[in-house]
Design a protein around this ligand. Structure first.
Ligand code: FAD
Ligand code: NDP
Length: 601
């Protein structure tokens, strides 16, 4: 029976009669893909094959007028125009196909809401907005137990990498001043009379940070990302409640969420610790000079802070529970300890604090008692106690359980798959809040790639974050840069018989004329950890302890990432005289037992 309906009526009937209605062509590969995708998702659909109808061309023209889309497949779900295959697979990728088909109200305020305005969140939000998506970002800083707060930009900008590196630089300047005498500079007075103003340093560092906070607000505005200075809590998988300083709640809905809330310092589990101790969240805004300081903890944050505080002239002691720099090359960790000790830092090894209190004599000091592994006791009075005993992911206030997002009960971090997707398919997580290296460039790269995967044109597999061979640097007074495996991990992974280690002890030209300090405090060290690979060696770990180790490691990280061979490092022509050239001339293996000291220039 000839269809008496107009094309308008036909289209309207078709899309309202069938939950999933496809205008298709029988030969079109994208139409086939769309049908296969629906079938594999267990969803029924109805199709009109335009090429098999006499009026197909006219119907397609009407469809163009109706939907604004010229091509096929032209898909409608529950009466709503979805688009073509790309749009359909986009919904599928983020786990929304079934919700769409079941008639959920998917009228969202935003395509993407990013929770957390730190390194990862800002990177993801900007990338998604560049792909013309409607994006909002919410960021909120809960004051530290000591009441410290800060602006947009997250940990790195406000209480992490940036203030830390500036203070590290401040400390190194005194080394330069001391070295300058051996280079012939005549200082106006006695070097011992040189003094440092902590308040000036803090004021200038904070001014710089405030300018960065302003730049981030501006960048979000320019990128068309809506910024909410508010704390987000999930209501359901598509909805969050935002509460800002004014306490007024606001509800927003989004198709996707990226959780990038980072972490905060883990408090020391002792009475009074929150009142009497500070953490890295407070140090960079401390109004008065820290004075005699005890640092509890022995990893990145503890050693970096201890290093620059000592460099600025303070009496510093580090309380080490077990070893220094767990997870790093332990031969180098030992050298860092010796170097820092030569620099004047005291170490209390294998010791934990047992109480922190105000002394009974009413002094302003803080009395710390501790216990060594052998049971002996420690007692000391300090002006400042800085705890750096790890960081805790900020997941407890997001209401994740009620949405069904799984976290690791041990450390509260959000569990994600290789595509940074949580157990709820439209919600993703990146940065310090997931179990990956807690580093700014890692969060930035993961955020950028995640947004590309969600909204980009390339296949998803091309943009997976590669968490291998991530370079890092510990900014101790003598910096330690590393990429790839440390010696212990290489041996544990591949067996001692398959590993060859090249090493070199050298005196960088920077410290060559130095007459102050000990020999040890002026020495550098480099190490290449190699895997025996047929008749060659592949470099699987690179480590350097030297001035500017961060800069050197960033460049050489490429070599390790590209799995270069030791012979290729040997073939590289060095730049003389630099510290970095050491990696092009390494000849002494550890197994040979020969002296690793470099002689000559
Ligand atoms: P963050 O930068 O922590 O951002 C998360 C943001 O989300 C924060 O602003 C937080 O307040 C906000 N937030 C939390 N919950 C909510 C909520 N419910 N609603 C709204 N907003 C919320 N890394 C390096 O690579 N190099 C370094 O030299 C270095 N030095 C460091 C020194 C220190 C002292 C510290 C503490 C860290 C350092 N790091 C360094 C680590 C680096 O800072 C982090 O890895 C990085 O900032 C993590 O970024 P993120 O986006 O995951 O989280
Ligand atoms: P980590 O988790 O790396 O180290 C925690 C340290 O505290 C360890 O030495 C640990 O000892 C010690 N510790 C834990 N609990 C106690 C306790 N109860 N009493 C005494 N000591 C304790 O944390 P960090 O805070 O140093 O750093 C967090 C992350 O921030 C790093 O992993 C890094 O990714 C990032 N970061 C990066 C920097 C950079 O790139 N330069 C700089 C600073 C931070 P034990 O070994 O015995 O467990």
């Amino acid at each position: 029976v000839p269809d008496q309906r107009s094309h308008d009526e036909l289209i309207a009937d078709f899309i309202s009669n069938y939950p999933i209605a496809i205008f298709s062509k029988s030969w079109c590969p994208f139409c086939t893909k769309a049908k296969e995708l629906l079938q594999s998702s267990g969803l029924d659909f109805q199709a009109i094959e335009l090429d098999l109808r006499e009026d197909g061309v006219a119907l397609q023209a009407k469809l163009h007028e109706f939907s604004g889309q010229k091509t096929v497949p032209n898909i409608y779900i529950n009466g709503k125009h979805v688009g073509g295959f790309d749009n359909l697979s986009g919904y599928s990728r983020i786990g929304l196909l079934k919700d769409l088909a079941s008639g959920q109200n998917l009228d969202f305020d935003y395509d993407l809401v990013v929770i957390g305005g730190g390194s990862g969140g800002i990177s993801a939000a900007k990338e998604a907005a560049a792909a013309k998506k409607k994006v909002a970002l919410c960021d909120f800083v809960t004051p530290s137990p000591r009441g410290t707060i800060w602006g947009l930009g997250g940990t790195c900008v406000n209480v992490g990498c940036i203030p830390k590196k500036l203070m590290h630089r401040a400390a190194l300047i005194l080394q330069d001043i001391k070295d300058s005498i051996d280079f012939g500079w005549k200082l106006p007075g006695d070097i011992l009379e040189i003094s440092h103003s902590w308040p000036t340093l803090v004021e200038n560092v904070q001014k710089y940070i405030t300018s960065l906070n302003d730049q981030y607000v501006e960048t979000l505005r320019e990128s068309n990302v809506t910024y909410f200075n508010a704390k987000a809590t999930f209501i359901d998988r598509f909805t969050v409640r935002l509460v800002g300083d004014d306490g007024m709640p606001q509800i927003i809905k989004a198709r996707n969420f990226i959780v990038a809330v980072g972490g905060r310092p883990t408090p020391l589990d002792l009475p009074n610790a929150n009142d009497l101790c500070i953490s890295s969240d407070d140090l960079f805004q401390l109004k008065t000079a820290p004075g005699k300081t005890l640092v509890v903890g022995a990893s990145y944050i503890a050693l970096e802070c201890a290093g620059f505080l000592r460099g600025l002239g303070y009496d510093v002691t580090v309380m080490v529970r077990s070893i220094l720099l767990r997870g790093f090359d332990q031969e180098i960790a030992d050298k860092i300890e010796k170097h820092m000790a030569a620099y004047g830092v005291r170490f209390l090894k294998k010791c934990v604090p047992s109480s922190i209190e105000k002394p009974s004599d009413g002094s302003e000091k803080i009395l710390v008692k501790g216990t060594f592994n052998d049971g002996s006791l420690f007692e000391g009075e300090y002006d400042t106690v800085l705890t750096a005993v790890g960081r805790t992911a900020l997941t407890s206030e997001l209401n994740l359980d009620s949405v069904g997002i799984k976290t690791n009960p041990k450390n509260k971090k959000i569990m994600v798959n290789a595509a940074d997707q949580t157990s709820i398919r439209n919600i993703f997580a990146i940065g310090d809040v997931i179990e990956r290296p807690e580093l700014t460039p890692v969060a930035i790269q993961a955020g950028k790639l995640l947004a590309k995967r969600l909204y980009g044109k390339e296949p998803v597999e091309l943009n997976l974050m590669d968490y291998s061979s991530i370079p890092t640097t510990v900014f101790t007074p003598l910096e330690y840069g590393s990429v790839g495996l440390d010696e212990e991990k290489a041996i544990a992974t591949h067996g001692k018989e398959n590993i060859e280690v090249y090493h070199s002890t050298f005196r960088p030209l920077e410290t060559a004329l130095r007459t102050w300090g000990t020999e040890e405090s002026a020495e550098g060290f480099a190490k290449l950890v190699c895997l025996k690979d047929n008749n060659d060696l592949r470099v699987i770990g690179l480590h350097i302890l030297s001035p500017n180790a961060g800069e050197i490691t960033q460049g050489f990280a490429f070599g390790v990432k590209l799995k270069l061979k030791k012979s290729e490092f040997d073939n590289l022509v060095g730049i003389h005289p630099t510290v970095a050239e050491v990696f092009t001339t390494m000849k002494v293996t550890k197994s040979s037992g020969e002296d690793s000291s470099t002689k000559g220039c």
